[in-house]
Design a protein around this ligand. Structure first.
Ligand SMILES: [Zn+2]
Length: 94
């Protein structure tokens, strides 16, 4: 199974230690998807806001019933990934 880098989401990660992290690409693509609809917001919290897990994002929009929903992970990438997974699941259902 090919692993994805925890930080940037690019293929590689631990199996390719020399790989150059480019967090912008994958992270920005998820932010764009999460804020694509009118009124949607994505908030990237500071690291370690209230202890572990280390990173958190908050999303608000039609897909969260306009409630602020927090997603967490070991890295910003992982937190965004959790939000994006939930978003795509809900969007598909609706
Ligand atoms: Zn990386």
């Amino acid at each position: 199974m090919s692993s994805l880098c925890d930080k940037c989401g690019m293929p590689g990660g631990k199996s390719r230690p020399q790989h150059e992290c480019r967090p912008g690409g994958a992270i920005w693509a998820m932010i764009e998807a999460l804020r694509a609809d009118e009124g949607n917001t994505v908030t990237i919290l500071c690291d370690n806001p209230e202890g572990t897990p280390n990173s958190a994002v908050e999303c608000c929009g039609d897909w969260t019933d306009w409630q602020q929903r927090r997603f967490t992970g070991d890295t910003v990438f992982r937190a965004l990934e959790a939000a994006h997974t939930s978003f795509t699941t809900i969007a598909r259902r609706g």
